[in-house]
Design a protein around this ligand. Sequence first.
Ligand SMILES: [Mg+2]
Length: 354
Amino acid sequence: MRLRLHRFPLTKAVPLAISRGTTTAVEHLLVELEHEGWIGRGETGGFDTGHRAFSTDAIAAELEQLAPQLEGLEPQPLQALEPLLAALSPPAHCGLDLALHDWWGQRLGQPLHRLWGLDPGACVATSVTLGLGEPSAVLARLERWRLQLPSTRIKLKLGSPDGLDHDRALVQAVGAALRPGDELQIDANGGWTLEGARQMIPWLADQAVVLVEQPLPPQHNPEADTAGFAALKGLAPVPLVADESCWDLGDLLRLAPHVEGINIKLVKCGGLSEGLLMARTARRLGLGVMLGCYSDGGLLNSAAAQLLPLVRWPDLDSHLNLVNDPFAGPQRHGDVLQPAARPGLGVQQLQEVG
Ligand SMILES: [Mg+2]
């Protein structure tokens, strides 16, 4: 198979501020694998969780180094390629894993979710994200989302550098703007101290918040990281969801006794192979699955959408906030996203890349 890489920019319509900083634009990679007339496509790109960071340049270098070894190999069976792919970073693995899955689905003429036996009728509404900012700006962002889609599930970013009072003001402002049936989720992006989280989580439960994601900063030391969640478990009747602390199946099993849910992102876990394993395992263990994104484009979110029937808290809104995405995102009915019925990842390319 032949590997080709193309770089493309993704620019946000509205910049997104979280506890670690503000993102306006990113550069991502289109990964193409051609074999026997079919072209499988994947998307990946750099990201930073505060304790681990990957650049798009470094990911491209990893994949370029692998290209000559792929020349003499076939895209299937995937198991035969696992040893070659094992040394890749999660985002480099993701780009290749998506392209291999896309090739496989196209070769068989079936969308992945159908090959996995998943029910697109089981998909539920995605959340839309409100970044940090002054309350008036955050409310304006909510109004803008509501012009675009129903926005019944709202994810508010907290962990403001301006402190807990600013966080509380944001929750009160957004809470007052909710309509009957709307749901408010909180993502602190690791922006609180243990003491701050102990104050905030019971208060947020009183504000009818439905979940709190990643209260504490992720730790390199797994025991210390687990201990942070364990210290907050049971503090209030609101589900805790691990994101920056939960990368792969090992993290999921480590954190399972101390959280009610995990946030799977394809570039963080390494693609659909690990993502499917994590989603199925989390459900078997009684955990809720969130499926999230970074500044990902329509190709990555179309790939992630193949897992949506397994997801309780879809959070795939990044492609809905881009001005120059070369790919269409997943099918959307109101605020419910669904995997496409087209073969493979079901990706629709809107313009040439590179
Ligand atoms: Mg998160």
